[in-house]
Design a protein around this ligand. Structure first.
Ligand SMILES: NC(=O)c1ccc[n+]([C@@H]2O[C@H](COP(=O)([O-])OP(=O)(O)OC[C@H]3O[C@@H](n4cnc5c(N)ncnc54)[C@H](OP(=O)(O)O)[C@@H]3O)[C@@H](O)[C@H]2O)c1
Length: 350
């Protein structure tokens, strides 16, 4: 695979910094541009960016000069971690000027010609790009990630939808503070507390989960048909979204059958051995008190969903807990994996 130049849009933020960590030394992608709001453009990245993650800021990145986001960035691929207003302004412009945009932002997720992709779950949604390019006249493209909680739900539920079919789902999330970006939730609201509201989150979980688990029929996306109810909560955890999930599945499979379907689940990233792919997208644990964010969020470098407590639910059929790292599997890592998949499948040009 030849190396492609990549830009990180919103490189100073929570997700932008994750991209930098994941792309350091990447075999297929090299960072050629880092963008910021206009006030920091022209400044050295290392001088104006407080680094949020363990380990050092990569030296080569620290020395790069921040740029404003524009449509003529020197990159083939753009990883977008922009605030939504900036994404509305720039993502389509960049696609129009030939860039392949992999976005974490809500702006285009539900567009009827934009793939909302989890590389293991719905890889054939990438074929919507033919329609997108034709309809919009773009030489580039936009592919989006889902909301970080919707990714966690859909990744663990995908083998169950495939093996049995989902009829009903009730999900309660316990979402980390880093999901709100930096500085995120005020410390006096977050500490010692649970906030039982995250703006638009429950609606996004429902619509995005149905798009992820639905299909592309060659002309349009067809949503998966199941009833869905989400309760979304912000909890005092730094990284890692935990979700308790209750499902009614067709045929009422046993907990053992559910665990086996999850354990055996593999996708195109595993077949193609993509650089960022986890060996197993879902790890199923038997311990009675796992997964826990502090112990399990970094499983397979933060790219695997960790499921535990799979058991019968007297009201719904089956219930379990799923944990995913929100800024890696739920954001930057998922975008990098999507870009690797499209590169390997020849969808980014030769
Ligand atoms: N955090 C998560 O877990 C998560 C998960 C999934 C999706 N997302 C989505 O990903 C996006 C980024 O989230 P985040 O958590 O990283 O937010 P964040 O920490 O607030 O970072 C956003 C960054 O964008 C920069 N920015 C503002 N205007 C810009 C422009 N015109 N061009 C380039 N950069 C600009 C801002 O910084 P400067 O002023 O310093 O340049 C800021 O550092 C959001 O749309 C969010 O909804 C986040």
């Amino acid at each position: 695979m030849r190396k492609r130049k990549v830009a990180i849009l919103g490189a100073t933020g929570t997700v932008g910094q994750r991209f930098i960590g994941l792309l350091a030394g990447h075999p297929w992608f090299e960072i050629s541009a880092l963008t910021t709001s206009d006030s920091k453009a022209g400044k050295r990245y290392g001088d104006v960016t407080p680094w949020h993650w363990a380990g050092e800021m990569p030296a080569a990145v620290a020395d790069m000069t921040l740029e404003a986001t524009t449509a003529d960035l020197d990159a083939e691929v753009c990883f977008s971690a922009l605030p939504s207003e900036a994404a509305e302004r720039w993502e389509a412009e960049l696609a129009k000027t030939g860039h392949h945009v992999f976005s974490n932002v809500k702006t285009h997720r539900m567009d009827d010609d934009v793939p909302l992709l989890i590389a293991e779950v719905n890889p054939n949604h990438m074929h919507a790009l033919d329609v997108q390019r034709r309809k919009r006249g773009w030489s580039g493209s936009i592919v989006t990630n889902g909301n970080c909680s919707a990714i966690g739900f859909a990744l663990a539920a995908a083998p169950l939808q495939k093996s049995f079919g989902i009829e009903r789902a009730v999900v309660t999330t316990m979402q980390a503070i880093s999901g709100a970006g930096y500085p995120g939730v005020a410390s006096l609201d977050a500490l010692d507390n649970v906030v039982p509201f995250i703006s638009e989150e429950e609606e996004k979980m429902e619509s995005e989960s149905k798009k992820f688990l639905g299909r592309w029929d060659g002309k349009r996306f067809v949503d998966a048909e199941f009833s869905f109810s989400a309760h979304c909560n912000r909890v005092s955890v730094r990284d890692g979204h935990t979700e308790t999930v209750s499902l009614t599945l067709r045929g009422s499979p046993s907990p053992e059958a559910v665990k086996n379907a999850m354990r055996e689940f593999r996708g195109r990233p595993q077949e193609l051995r993509l650089p960022t792919a986890p060996e197993r997208p879902i790890h199923v644990r038997e311990d009675r008190d796992r997964p826990q964010p502090v112990l399990d969020r970094d499983t397979e470098r933060g790219m695997a969903a960790v499921v535990g407590r799979v058991r019968e639910d007297p009201a719904m059929g089956i219930k379990y807990v799923v944990l995913t790292h929100n800024t890696i599997r739920g954001a930057a890592g998922a975008s990098v994996l999507n870009a690797e998949l499209l590169a390997a499948e020849g969808c980014l040009g030769s």
